[in-house]
Design a protein. Structure first.
Length: 96
């Protein structure tokens, strides 16, 4: 019985190593690779017209870390890789 167990021990170790590198490690590293949330919108003035070139700031309320984006010719801004948190959005434009 002990000989059979000694023969199975290296095999079971190899199976555990294989499982770690093929199943557990990739799933864990994917979960920590980044955030996939996206926040986008359109900046409009009081008459409903789009505001190109406006600076949009996304401020994390917990850390006070700010990210900025500039609206395109259609007034659209996009933030990618947004982590879950509470945010404040600020918009500034030289024309307003």
């Amino acid at each position: 019985m002990q000989k059979a167990f000694r023969k199975l021990l290296p095999l079971s170790f190899l199976i555990l190593v294989w499982m770690f590198f093929t199943v557990l490690l990739p799933a864990n590293s994917r979960a920590q690779s980044g955030y996939g949330a996206q926040l986008s919108g359109v900046v409009r003035d009081s008459s409903g017209g789009v505001v190109p070139g406006a600076t949009v700031s996304l401020v994390d309320e917990d850390t006070a870390i700010s990210r900025t984006a500039v609206t395109d010719s259609r007034g659209i801004y996009v933030f990618t890789g947004v982590r879950p948190a509470a945010y404040t959005i600020r918009v500034e434009s030289a024309n307003f």
